[in-house]
Design a protein around this ligand. Structure first.
Ligand code: HEM
Length: 88
């Protein structure tokens, strides 16, 4: 996916709960490398983020049908790029 396009998707759809890679609802479940390794179903990879964004989990809403597959792929690339590079 396109990391730059994903950053725009993130700002518009995710930052309300995940500004700066944090998590305002479940503080331990951040978008940082160690948290994704520990908590993200399927492990720290783009396909796992695509799954969670598409389907939602607990208090996180599902974005399937609200965002295009392309937008979801791009935001997943952005989240993994940020985490892998310790950019947040
Ligand atoms: C968890 C991404 C939107 C609330 C997560 C995780 C990812 C993620 C990758 C796993 C983090 C971890 O387990 O450490 C995104 C993306 C979003 C988005 C890319 C936008 C497309 C939101 C919004 C909310 C939210 C808008 C709040 C209304 C949560 C919560 C969890 C979570 C509560 C923890 C779920 C659980 O394991 O029980 N998010 N998120 N997310 N997100 Fe989001």
């Amino acid at each position: 996916g396109d990391v730059g396009a994903g950053e725009q998707v993130f700002s518009a759809n995710c930052a309300a709960c995940h500004a700066g890679g944090m998590n305002v609802i479940m503080p331990e479940k951040t978008l940082q490398k160690d948290a994704l390794d520990q908590y993200l179903a399927g492990g720290r990879k783009e396909a796992s983020v695509v799954m969670q964004v598409t389907n939602g989990k607990n208090a996180m809403p599902a974005f399937g049908g609200r965002l295009s597959d392309e937008d979801i792929a791009n935001v997943a690339s952005y989240v993994i790029d940020q985490a892998d590079g310790d950019k947040w």
